[in-house]
Ligand binder design. Structure first.
Ligand code: SF4
Length: 304
């Protein structure tokens, strides 16, 4: 198991060194736009999936090889939902002892209704939660939460986080054509977002292959409208930059694919034996080839 999956270019964070404490696609949502596919492994049970010492040891080794100058932030971002990891506070504090770079948590924001979860993330520098919905109905359509998680619980948790958290909150809204990109939807989202008072708002669009084929990128005018109305930055373009992994080999590509899909060109531009790697990916039954917006992506297969 590899917990540190290399330095990847991020549209919001610069060069991000990713750390993942959750098994592949274990989540309490099954968002229609998820770039990892549908969630078949749905749970709301928090656990120590892996010992934090093992994750921190791997991070230490990575930084020993590449040192602090090669990345801008350490990002806790899972191939599932990181708030489900029980020793999150130990992990965050451990990262802070290893590097002085900012620690960022990318999360669906679902579990901040629990006091212990809010406490666990208090040492983060930046928390990036998602808010795509404005009521129970839109929440169920877009995020498809597990069991009893209601919109009210999730949203009140975000408000509580705002009250207590001393770092920055950068909120992300995923805009989906015909689902939450109308003037009316954006106005309702605005009301909800204003109460959270995030330091930054990002409007994202599904640029990578989504879980559901019918999910589409909104029209330019709708994105522009949302950007203006929500006083947001947009991140509708792919990140540009290089990837850095320890081994620069097939397994390093697969480790990245578990966290996000890659285009052929991204592999060609970043990995030494890229032709060999691409040929192997085409044959690997664990890897899905997916054409989205006229581009071929490789994605780690989400087994039932
Ligand atoms: S987008 Fe995030 S929160 Fe939604 S299903 Fe995928 S991993 Fe879970």
């Amino acid at each position: 198991m590899s917990f540190v999956y290399g330095i990847v270019p991020s549209r919001r964070l610069g060069r991000s060194l990713g750390v993942s404490p959750i098994p592949f696609k274990l989540c309490n949502y099954s968002c229609i736009y998820c770039q990892l596919g549908r969630t078949y492994n749905m749970t709301n049970e928090r656990k120590t999936f892996f010992p934090p010492e093992d994750i921190l040891e791997e991070l230490k080794n990575f930084i020993r090889i590449y040192d602090n100058r090669n990345f801008d932030v350490v990002t806790i971002v899972s191939e599932g939902e990181p708030l489900l990891y029980t020793p999150l506070a130990v992990l965050i504090e451990g990262i802070k002892k290893i590097t002085s770079k900012n620690v960022v948590l990318i999360t669906n924001g679902s579990l901040f209704y629990e006091k212990g979860v809010r406490k666990a993330v208090e040492k983060c520098d930046i928390i990036m939660p998602t808010l795509d919905a404005w009521n129970e109905k839109s929440f169920k359509i877009i995020n498809r939460p597990y069991g009893k998680i209601s919109y009210e619980m999730m949203y009140n948790g975000l408000l509580k986080l705002r009250e207590e958290f001393r770092g920055q909150i950068w909120l992300e809204v995923m805009l989906i054509k015909g689902v939450n990109d109308s003037v009316e939807s954006i106005k309702k989202l605005k009301e909800k977002i204003e109460k959270i008072q995030p330091e930054k708002v990002y409007v994202n669009v599904p640029i990578r292959p989504p879980a559901e084929d019918w999910v589409k990128i909104p029209d330019k005018e709708n994105i522009e409208y949302a950007k203006k109305e929500l006083n947001a930055y947009t991140i509708e373009k792919q990140a540009v930059g290089s990837f850095l992994t320890i081994n620069n080999d097939y397994n390093s590509v697969v480790d990245i694919l578990k966290r996000h899909p890659l285009r052929i060109n991204e592999i060609k531009n970043n990995f030494k034996k890229s032709n060999e790697i691409i040929a192997k990916l085409f044959k690997d039954p664990k890897i899905e080839k997916y054409v989205y917006n006229e581009t071929v992506y490789f994605r780690y297969k989400n087994w039932r």
